[in-house]
Design a protein. Sequence first.
Length: 362
Amino acid sequence: MRTIIAAAAVVLVLVAQGATGVAQTGAPAAGGGAAAPDIENGRKVFAFGNTSCSNCHGNGAIGGFGPDLAGHGIPLARAAQAIRRPIWRMPAFDNTQVTDKEIADMVAYWNSLPQTEKLGNWRTPFPKDPEEGQLLAVQYGCTQCHGNTLDTPRHGQGEVDGDFAWFKHQVYEHSKAQPEQWAMLDRENAPSSTPGPGRVRMGNFDTKRLPEETLKKIYDWAVLDLGKLVPISARVAVAPGTGGTTYTVDVANGAVPNKGLTAEDVTISMIVPAGMKVVSNTGNGYQGVKKQGNNDVASWKVAKFVPRQREKFSVTLSGAATTANEVPRGTIAWAKPTAKEDAEVNFSAPRPGGRGGAPAGD
Ligand code: HEC
Ligand code: HEC
């Protein structure tokens, strides 16, 4: 549920260059004329860059799934080669994703750091008893960025109901394929679960390092076995009023019309915080409030949510949430298509006085 998706992103790229010796702080790039590397920019590109390098190499380049890069005096040419044409499990980042200048800045940043004494942990811990497809996704680094159930790739799949040809294109030619898909989405009108548009953050995997038969096993496990995910998202708006506080859940299916998935038999459920009552409601298919365990739950049932469908469902509650624990929260679930993981979308109202309203899901 976490994953890269939470952060908004941006990005770019570079090219291998024969120069060496640009590693020291402030040293001019070999060959003359090139700007001196900027350590502070290197730190930013590495930490917040759109490339997610730190997902594998750790915050502060102390290592994780990938090796530690801090304080090894890695020469620029070797780094550029590793980034443009990786050795094995790391995807290749092209210069639309990270520029030559940004590589030089990152190298200067790593080389300005002391060596790591204690290697960092993996960002996504090793899953329990992985079956073959999941184990391969772990070994090729997919789970470091996508979590152990690959929810982002499965949402992207649902946007266009992509088959294995789609999956291959996304993995092997990602820096081209992702902008093609973004161009089909209506981001203004349907808050989508995937990031962008901006710079593409995932690199391109090579068929020599990640053979098609191996990728097929990852696809069979993630998409066919765990299941397709309809890209449903929700946002909650709060409006205080004289008769109570109105909480409106804005639900959208971000899939591409005539291509993407439809959710069928959809239930939207919202927990009514203790001590509050539903004064009024809006939205199709309101089912009233029922006890579920210890909670009072208001719900709506909708026959289907087709691509680009967007509907609002609201309740006006007596009283108002005054602490973060009290804000109404809930889930959206559907009967078809089924999924073994990440099958429900969670939402929660903004915290009093805070930001929020974004989906709790990825
Ligand atoms: C999926 C995890 C992953 C991501 C993301 C990743 N790397 Fe790597 N990186 C690795 C692994 C693993 C290696 C070791 C070689 C291999 O298996 O490909 C490596 C090797 C390297 C090396 C070579 C180190 C040396 O000593 O020669 C450099 C430099 C490097 N990565 C930089 C980056 C940068 C910069 C980014 C972001 C643009 C990045 N990596 C993103 C996993 C990753
Ligand atoms: C460096 C982090 C990273 C790694 C490693 C990574 N991905 Fe991604 N992937 C992303 C991000 C971020 C996106 C969303 C688009 C973007 O910015 O690139 C994405 C998008 C995708 C998509 C397209 C989803 C869509 O919305 O259309 C697929 C499919 C995918 N990844 C599969 C994989 C597989 C399979 C692996 C392992 C072989 C993998 N990814 C490894 C970060 C990563």
